[in-house]
Design a protein around this ligand. Structure first.
Ligand code: FES
Ligand SMILES: [Fe+2]
Length: 347
């Protein structure tokens, strides 16, 4: 049985065009999350822009991202085992170093000096931030994201369950940022919210876009938490955050990091953080409510046509002032692509 998104006659045509190609090339030079830090005690499979990866933590505590296919007969390292600083294939047990990817042990060989000298797997850079493991497929065009707003805050992070969404990165970020959909998509989690969007206060500098709003939920789970300013900060291409600054309670955060499994299909990694001194709901409760909001978005965002912003503009779109944040994000995304191409990365 097919659902609405997989029925063959309902499949959307893939986006094409030179700007799409440039965007995808630039995205290969960007840091993306590929696993939650809490999960990598066991090898985790991931897909990033079509590359199949395995993510795990070695005995010494180092997060590792490597190619997932074993070069012996194609075993899947996501089903493998961690051996000290190496990973073993589940099929015939060949082991590969986490440091340089070289094969270090072949159990079927009596003489380990006979290991095929070229047997190795690709190793990608790995870093951990905000409860997730991040990697980049090619030379990074930019440093890893930083949010100055959070500097000096004593935060505790909790990573949410990754959410599979049939959208591209830009559409996922725009959905997170969009405020005009609240009364139509989030009536349950947010309660009644106004249809009319007051003029948005949006500011952009390079790849960063900011917007401030007052929390307008009039009922729902957050209703009794008092006055709160929501500071939206987004960094192109793939970081969307809200810092909730409550007059009486302190600060809490939700951050979304859609990661492109394919150009038009993301795994949304995300998390929440509270100041350790935060006097409102527990971190777990904040996570539960934010997840409810995300899950309200998934069916609507996942059915948009096209699934990713059509940078080559073969689709008609009309915008209104409530789309101001989105339009600024698109400028930032375009700047990101141009910057990655300009420094010689367009391979
Ligand atoms: S397929 Fe991996 S060890 Fe044989
Ligand atoms: Fe939403």
């Amino acid at each position: 049985m097919f659902d609405a998104l997989t029925r063959p006659s309902d499949r959307l045509p893939p986006l094409k065009g030179p700007k799409r190609e440039a965007a995808e090339r630039a995205m290969r030079r960007q840091w993306w999350p590929v696993a939650r830090s809490v999960d990598i005690g066991k090898p985790q499979g991931a897909v990033l822009l079509g590359e199949r990866l395995v993510v795990y933590r070695t005995a010494s505590g180092k997060a590792v991202v490597q190619a997932r296919r074993c070069p012996h007969r194609g075993g899947d390292f996501a089903l493998g085992q961690i051996h000290g600083e190496a990973i073993a294939c589940p099929y015939h047990g060949w082991q590969f170093s986490s440091a340089d990817g070289k094969c270090t042990h072949v159990p079927s060989l009596a003489d380990q000096s006979k290991i095929p000298p070229k047997a190795a797997i690709a190793v990608y850079p790995a870093l951990e931030k905000w409860g997730h493991v991040w990697t980049v497929l090619e030379t990074p065009a930019r440093d890893m994201y930083e949010i100055d707003l959070w500097t000096g805050l004593d935060l505790e992070w909790l990573a949410g369950s990754p959410l599979d969404s049939t959208t591209g990165v830009a559409v996922a970020i725009e959905n997170f940022r969009d405020v005009a959909h609240f009364p139509f998509v989030h009536a349950v989690s947010m309660g009644p919210t106004p249809h009319v969007v007051d003029p948005l206060k949006v500011r952009r500098e390079g790849l960063n876009i900011w917007m401030e709003r007052l929390l307008t939920a009039s009922s729902g789970d957050w209703a009794n938490d008092g006055d709160c300013t929501m500071i939206y900060q987004c960094t192109a291409p793939g970081l969307a955050t809200i810092t909730y600054d409550y007059e009486k309670l302190g600060k809490r955060i939700v951050a979304g990091f859609p990661s492109p499994m394919a150009y038009d299909h993301v795994m949304i990694f995300w998390g929440v953080a509270n100041e350790k001194s935060y006097k409102g709901l527990s971190l777990e409760e904040c996570l539960r409510i934010e997840e409810m909001v995300y899950r309200e978005d998934l069916p609507i965002a996942g059915a948009l046509e096209p699934r990713e912003v059509d940078w080559d503009q073969s689709y008609v779109e009309h915008s209104v002032p409530a789309d101001l944040f989105t339009l600024n994000y698109r400028r930032a995304f375009t700047e990101f692509v141009a910057g990655a191409a300009a420094d010689g990365g367009a391979r």
